[in-house]
Each structure stands twice: as structure tokens, then as C-alpha cells.
Write a protein that binds this ligand. Structure first.
Ligand code: PLP
Length: 478
């Protein structure tokens, strides 16, 4: 292999794929069987290495077969797109190939991460902030619950959970990572109390008080409330202020899972959605969601200086890693990870590129697009808006056949056909017993044209299903 031949080839392939990333004429994905895909990728590895051409073919095939998450019709998860600045930051991260645990080994990364924690923290109004980047919103939530648990059972790190049964109160529409956290932290899923939500998907503060009273009688000890700012399905924002009142009265830790919604803090128009955030004890913020920073990039922030170091103080046994006494500059001293990517770097480069005003503009534009989509749904007699929109999630469904039938199944089949046709990707979810389509505006490639085409596509497939009369069959898994 001549010097850099592989790298030069890869750069050429990357350029080509990046150029085509927002070409709406190309499919988002081509539906294949697992066997077909394995063959296309030439997936098997052998005892001998292969040549550069074969490696480049495999890389090209991989990129060609991936779902095009930067496509203007990609409306599926709570993230999407890839900016040039984000990609540049990611490339620099990979090239530096460092692990951000000590100042000694990652000095520049340390400065960058500290700056990003401080910059995000400014928006919380806490005055002082500590934090760390984690492997994603799920782990940020888990770390927050760990801080809260260590506050009520300070000896848990040394002695283990002492038999106290704990209870954490979450919205009935909160993310499943809170169940995972309860599992990992020894709280157990029965200790996650799901509090009823209102018609817009927000936790009912009065019900929270009722549930707390109920649980006290059951022998579990309340220790934490999790407010969600931007729920996964509806994009609903719990009233942080009202939940903070409850936490204050009951002396409970208030964590805000704003993995999706935190960027509203950049916007003069929408920061009111998180009013009361200055009263929270911790906050999950995923720049890899609405801010479009490449996956993964998530931060856990807290105003309690020293809490993270305290919870992670078992690292003092790692004599092979932490040599200097520098608590403040060895960021591994406040992380659950040992080896850790420098995820703050791509956020920093994006932030440099767009400035704080750029984030604010992006939030406003996304919400405006969501409002546009909401209007298109409301104007269309075949469609139904399934919940009032609060942010960038729009929950809708096709009303199905005028002759009646199972509307949930109709929408499942509609979505399946849409995704397999490869022109649009959107997720499906439940609100109560209703199946809804949940497009989210979290991708800078989405524009008004995407939304109009999306509505046309739903109606076209809906018509085909009504005419085709194949509603009796079940949705297939492959
Ligand atoms: C509200 C909320 N919190 C947390 C998460 C978990 O984030 P991650 O996928 O980064 O683990 C999600 C993911 O969609 C979410 O919607």
C-alpha cells in the first residue's frame, strides 16, 4: 500500500457522500434483507488482509447502505443532519485520539470541555456550574440519579445500598432511560413512580404530590423528581417551576431531563418553556439532538460543586492514572467512564461557527417549521393532529378509511410502506391507545418543501391502502 493511499481514497469517498447528503431525489435507504446486506458489504473478515481497493469498496458500500440521516426527508429520531463544522470537529477528535481523564494526557481537551460546561451552564442561571460529558442522554440521566441517591445514602458507594427502598417520580411520558437508571442503581423499576400527565403530556404537579404521599405509606423513601423538558413523543415540557415547589416542600432532588428541549434556553421566544430551571439540582442536555452536533454529545450539569467528584471519588484508588492532585483539571475525576472521547470538541467547533445567536436562530426556525407542519395537518381533511404541539414534535395520524376499520393498524401499515419505499423516515409511537406518526424537526436539511412532500406522501400511501383493501394483514417485522 503506498503511503496514505487508503486515506486519500477515503477522503474522496467522504467528499462524494457529503456532497450528496441533502439530495432529496436520492432515497433515504434501500430496503434489503440482512443476507443481501451482508453480501453487499462483503462483511466477512479473513485470516489475511485485503488490498486498499477492497477496503475502499467496503467503506463505500457501508456509506451507501446507511440510512441518510442528513436527508431533507429524515424526520424520524430526535437528531439528524451533519454540519460541516460538526464533521470538522469530529475529524479533529478522531485525529487527536485521546482520552479525557487527566490534564497530563489531554490538556487542550480539558480546556475545551471546561469551557463548554461553563457555556451551557450560563444558560441555566445557576451562577455556578459543574458537569461532565457522558456517553449520551441515558447515561446523563443515570449520573443525575446517582448524585441524588448519594445525597440521601452517602455511604452507598462504600457499603452498597443499605436496604433503603427509594422512589423517584417521573412523568408517565418520560424516557425509558430512567427505568434503566433505576435498574443499574439498585432502586429497581418499582421505585420509578410514573406520574399522570395532562392533555398536553405534562406531568400534573397535583398528582405528583398525591403520589409522594401514597409512596411514603408504602415504605419507599422519595428522593428525586425528574422533570422532562421535551418529552420523547410529544415534545412536552413539564412545568419546572411547579415541580420545584413540590421538591422544595419535600426536600427532594430535582433533575431536569432536557436531553431534547434544553436548546430552547438559547431562544428569547422559547426559553419560557424551561422557566424555573435555575431551581433544579441537575440537568441533562444533549447537543447531539436538536443542536445537530454529531452523535454522541451529551452533558450532565449541576450547580452543586464537588458533587460529581464526591460521587466518583473511588477513582482515588487509580494510582496508575491520576498522578497529580489537580482535582479541577483531571476531568476523569468526575466521570463514570475511564476512557472517554472528547465529545465537547465538536460542540465547541459548531458553537464557534454559528455563535450563540446561531443556536437561537436554529431553535426558532425549527419551531416555525413545526408550526407550519401542524398547520398542514390541520388543513388536511384526511389527517388528524393527535396532541397540541409545544416544541418541534408534531404528532399526527391518518384518519384511515372512511368506511371504518382499525386506525392504529392503518397507520402502522402506512408508516411501514413509507419507510420501505425509502423516500421518508418517520417514527411511530403511542399516545394512550392511539398510534401516531411522530415527525420531529431536528435536522437542518428539513425545509417547507420537505413538509409539503411529507404530507403528500402520507395522503398518497393512505389512498393506496384504502383502495388496496389489504387492511386485514398484519404489519411485517422484516
Ligand atoms: C427525553 C429524553 N431523554 C433521554 C433520552 C436518551 O438520550 P440518548 O439517546 O442520548 O441516550 C432521550 C432519547 O431520545 C429522550 O428523548
Amino acid at each position: 500500500m503506498s503511503e496514505n493511499q487508503l486515506l486519500e481514497g477515503v477522503f474522496e469517498i467522504v467528499r462524494e457522500h457529503y456532497r450528496n447528503r441533502a439530495n432529496r431525489e436520492l432515497p433515504i435507504r434501500t430496503w434489503r434483507t440482512p443476507e443481501e446486506l451482508a453480501e453487499i458489504l462483503d462483511v466477512a473478515v479473513g485470516s489475511e488482509g485485503v488490498g486498499v481497493d477492497q477496503m475502499l469498496n467496503s467503506i463505500n458500500a457501508y456509506l451507501s447502505e446507511c440510512v441518510k440521516t442528513q436527508h431533507p426527508h429524515f424526520l424520524q429520531p430526535l437528531w439528524g443532519g451533519l454540519s460541516e463544522a460538526g464533521l470538522a470537529g469530529e475529524i479533529a477528535t478522531v485525529l487527536s485520539n485521546t482520552s479525557i481523564y487527566t490534564w497530563e494526557i489531554a490538556p487542550a481537551a480539558t480546556i475545551v470541555e471546561k469551557e463548554m460546561i461553563a457555556s451551557l451552564g450560563v444558560l441555566t442561571g445557576w451562577g455556578q456550574v459543574d458537569g461532565t460529558f457522558t456517553s449520551g442522554g441515558s447515561n446523563s440521566n443515570m449520573l443525575a440519579l446517582l448524585l441524588a441517591r448519594d445525597k440521601v445514602i452517602p455511604n452507598a458507594m462504600k457499603e452498597g445500598v443499605d436496604g433503603t427502598k427509594l422512589a423517584v417520580f417521573v412523568s408517565a411520558e418520560s424516557h425509558y432511560s430512567l427505568l434503566m437508571s433505576a435498574h443499574v442503581l439498585g432502586i429497581g423499576m418499582d421505585g420509578v413512580i410514573k406520574v399522570e400527565t395532562d392533555e398536553m403530556g405534562r406531568m400534573k404537579p397535583a398528582m405528583l404530590r398525591t403520589e409522594i404521599e401514597k409512596i411514603k405509606g408504602s415504605g419507599r423513601r422519595p428522593f428525586c423528581v425528574v422533570a422532562t423538558a421535551g418529552t420523547t413523543v410529544r415534545g412536552a415540557f413539564d412545568s419546572i417551576d411547579e415541580l420545584a415547589d413540590v421538591c422544595q416542600d419535600e426536600n427532594l432532588w430535582l433533575h431536569v431531563d432536557a436531553a431534547l428541549g434544553a436548546p430552547c434556553l438559547f431562544s428569547e421566544r422559547f426559553k419560557h418553556l424551561m422557566s424555573g430551571i435555575e431551581r433544579a439540582d441537575s440537568l441533562t442536555w444533549d447537543p447531539h439532538k436538536l443542536m445537530g452536533v454529531p452523535l454522541t454529545c451529551s452533558a450532565l450539569l449541576t450547580p452543586h460543586l464537588g458533587a460529581l467528584n464526591n460521587t466518583c471519588s473511588y477513582i482515588k484508588s487509580a494510582h496508575y492514572l491520576f498522578h497529580e492532585p489537580g482535582e479541577e483539571y483531571d476531568l476523569g475525576r468526575k466521570s463514570l467512564q475511564c476512557g472517554r472521547r472528547v465529545d465537547a470538541l465538536k460542540l465547541w467547533i459548531e458553537w464557534k461557527s454559528c455563535g450563540t445567536s446561531g443556536w437561537s436562530k436554529r431553535v426558532d426556525e425549527y419551531v416555525d417549521l413545526a408550526i407550519e407542519l401542524e398547520q398542514l395537518v390541520n388543513e388536511n381533511p384526511s389527517l388528524q393532529l393527535m396532541t397540541e404541539r409545544m416544541f418541534t414534535n408534531v404528532c399526527l395520524r391518518h384518519k384511515g378509511s372512511p368506511d371504518g376499520g382499525d386506525v392504529n393498524l392503518f397507520n402502522e401499515k402506512l408508516r411501514q410502506k413509507m419507510v420501505r419505499d425509502g423516500r421518508f423516515m418517520v417514527s411511530i409511537a403511542k399516545i394512550g391507545n392511539d398510534t401516531v406518526l411522530r415527525p420531529v424537526i431536528c435536522n437542518p436539511a428539513i425545509d417547507s418543501q420537505s413538509l409539503k412532500s411529507f404530507i403528500e406522501e402520507i395522503c398518497k400511501i393512505g389512498d393506496q391502502l384504502i383502495k388496496g383493501d389489504d387492511m386485514g394483514s398484519r404489519v411485517q417485522s422484516h
